[in-house]
Write a protein that binds this ligand. Structure first.
Ligand SMILES: NC(=O)c1ccc[n+]([C@@H]2O[C@H](COP(=O)([O-])OP(=O)(O)OC[C@H]3O[C@@H](n4cnc5c(N)ncnc54)[C@H](O)[C@@H]3O)[C@@H](O)[C@H]2O)c1
Ligand SMILES: [Zn+2]
Length: 283
């Protein structure tokens, strides 16, 4: 008989019962990466912080918005690339290797699921380590753009995140020096460079949504981990599961807008719950 410890909440048993004979689609959000040191948006420690992430239209139309974006993002990059997967990411990879996971649909842009070994991952909002040219559509690594930024702005990236807080999207919240910053440009055509992520006000490409929807359709349960479901592009999969009669389970700290649709909800840290779940499911 199991004893209850802080890392084994009672609801974990209900979660294990629900998922025991089911193949999972996983919908992940910022909360699975907080234990890797990347802040979330609406967790217990962050929901009071006002953030003004760059809007897609501003980025495309306004050179000053792009200057500000790249100035701040280039200072936070070392911190983003320094993040390593945690026990939660690893447990999902273990479950996939054991044949329990149809796929991971992630709203995160940090690449940590793949770093942990997950193979079937749909990056709903793209990935920060790729950069696309809005002029000629050429793609390059973020690392090479970072090198170009360092060459154009001596000393800038070395300042790192020291003087500002790092936001969930990897920006450092600084103002000083931004006006003198020289933004990067496409080496092929001189065009505007944008990280290959979906900004606010931009929609998720349709084929990507379809791929994720297929994972949900083929699965027997949808497991939501570390997402407040406040953003529709993730919440839509909870709605889809409900329509298809597929049970939804949620693991987060605190409530989400998906809780009323959930067959089981666990309020505990993912770094504790997911390894315990993988164990209990024999993965
Ligand atoms: N670019 C920006 O700065 C910005 C700002 C706001 C929103 N957004 C958008 O919002 C989306 C984020 O929404 P989201 O749902 O992924 O994240 P979120 O921050 O809205 O929700 C995170 C959830 O995870 C939980 N959580 C945190 N740490 C946890 C842990 N260790 N264990 C268990 N649960 C934990 C929190 O309690 C919360 O419920 C992004 O994909 C983005 O599109 C972006
Ligand atoms: Zn170009």
């Amino acid at each position: 008989m199991d004893t209850l410890t802080p890392s084994r909440p009672a609801d974990l048993d209900a979660l294990v019962d629900l998922l025991r004979d089911r193949r999972l689609a996983v919908l992940a959000g910022a909360g699975i990466s907080t234990e890797s040191g990347i802040p979330d948006y609406r967790g217990p420690e962050t929901r009071h912080i006002e953030r003004r992430p760059v809007q897609y239209d501003d980025f495309v139309r306004d050179a000053a918005a792009r200057q500000r974006y790249w100035a701040r993002a280039s200072r936070g990059w070392a911190r983003m690339t320094g993040a390593r997967p945690n026990d939660g990411h690893r447990a999902l990879a273990t479950l996939e290797a054991a044949g329990r996971v149809e796929g991971v649909i992630t709203q995160n842009v940090d690449g940590l699921h793949q770093a942990a070994g997950s193979e079937r991952v749909v990056e709903l909002h793209g990935a920060l380590d790729r950069v696309v040219c809005l002029g000629c559509d050429a793609r390059q690594s973020r690392q090479s753009v970072q090198a170009q930024i360092a060459a154009r702005n001596p000393g800038w990236v070395d300042l790192g995140a020291e003087t500002g807080r790092v936001a969930p999207d990897g920006d450092v919240e600084i103002e000083a020096g931004v006006a003198a910053f020289v933004p990067p440009a496409c080496p092929a055509c001189g065009g505007v460079l944008k990280p290959d992520v979906v900004f606010f006000g931009e929609s998720v490409p349709k084929p990507r949504v379809a791929e994720a929807a297929g994972m949900v359709s083929r699965a027997d349960a949808l497991l939501v981990v570390g997402s407040s479901l406040a953003v529709y592009s993730g919440y839509r999969f909870v709605r889809q599961a409900e329509k298809e009669g597929t049970p939804v389970a949620i693991v987060t700290l605190g409530e989400t807008r998906g809780h009323r649709h959930a067959a089981v909800a666990v309020d505990a840290r993912l770094g504790d719950v997911l390894p315990a779940l993988a164990d209990a499911l024999g993965a």
